[in-house]
Design a protein around this ligand. Structure first.
Ligand code: ADP
Ligand code: MG
Length: 277
């Protein structure tokens, strides 16, 4: 494998260094509550199309909650409430007449702990991505889609000869890439990743980072990570979340990743990215 620094170098972005394309996903004044307890306060963040946005910040500041508001998972939690808008290509995913499954189909999610269906074959795990979101495809197309999705997730070469083996037989890192393939099978516009490498060893982490890099430009990625090096390696935009002393969480600072890491405007961001809390 090439050194990450080389592999992950980003192409120049039109509009000058650090300029970001228009938003694919645009969260506006998103607030969230659990049983009357507010955990997010008016979070506004535009996630540029075909780029990677990293969400960083201490535990409990609402990063996972924010991610769940972006694909309507938050509303499935009992006693959870929400305010604000999430625009996908300019249309509110919470708008009147918009269905949960529409949001799901266009906005995929990968979690910290790889969660393939362990007894189901590798092939069926990828196909399950379609079934879960109600997409129907004929058999032949399915074979192509399984190959395409596993290829995009960087797993095809490793598993092409054993697609009938159970997903649970794969290593942790391979299982996580299988989950990425399952999410990609529906060809989402956006992929949300909540600490996707926290449960993985360094080699598997590198593979997942390479996969994220390969996806860039086709898919808009939003990734939560506690690993500052990872945020710096994979993202072009970074948002620092913080929840101060019982207050709900919010974004302290966001911008091009080089700026947030290289010349943070807020002292709290500077302390956090330098590992001081
Ligand atoms: P992070 O991902 O940044 O660690 P979370 O979004 O998980 O933060 O949590 C933000 C706040 O919301 C925390 O105070 C947490 O305890 C609370 N919270 C998260 N999930 C739930 C839930 N299902 N029910 C009640 N409170 C929750
Ligand atoms: Mg979290």
């Amino acid at each position: 494998i090439e050194p990450l620094e080389d592999t992950l170098k980003q192409p120049a972005v039109a509009g000058g260094p650090g300029a970001l394309p228009p938003a694919a996903l645009d969260a506006r004044d998103v607030s969230a509550w659990f049983g009357g307890h507010q955990v997010l306060d008016r979070v506004t963040l535009a996630m540029p199309a075909g780029r990677v946005t990293a969400l960083i910040g201490p535990s409990g500041c609402g990063k996972s909650t924010f991610l769940r508001t972006l694909n309507r998972m938050h509303e499935l939690i009992p006693a959870a409430a929400l305010a604000g808008e999430v625009l996908l290509d300019g249309e509110d995913i919470y708008g009147a007449g918009r269905r949960l499954t529409d949001a799901r189909r266009q906005i995929g999610m990968v979690f910290q702990k790889p969660n393939p269906f362990p007894a189901m074959s590798i092939y069926d795990n990828v196909v399950a991505g379609l079934r879960l979101t109600g997409v129907r495809t004929p058999r032949r197309t399915k074979d192509d889609l399984v190959e395409e999705s596993l290829t995009r997730a960087g797993l095809w070469k490793e598993v092409s000869s054993r697609l009938r083996q159970p997903g649970g037989a794969l290593s942790g890192g391979q299982q996580q890439r299988l989950c990425i393939a399952r999410a990609l099978a529906v060809r989402p516009r956006v992929l949300l990743m909540d600490e996707p490498c926290s449960a993985l060893d360094p080699t598997s982490t590198r593979r997942v980072e390479e996969t994220i890099h390969e996806l860039a430009s086709e898919v808009t990625v939003v990734i939560v990570t506690h690993n500052m090096q990872q945020a710096a390696r994979v993202s072009q935009q970074c948002a620092f979340f913080l929840a101060e002393q019982g207050a709900p969480g919010g974004i302290v600072e966001h911008g091009p990743t080089e700026a947030v890491f290289g010349s943070p405007q807020d002292e709290r961001t500077a302390d956090y990215v330098a590992g001081r809390f």
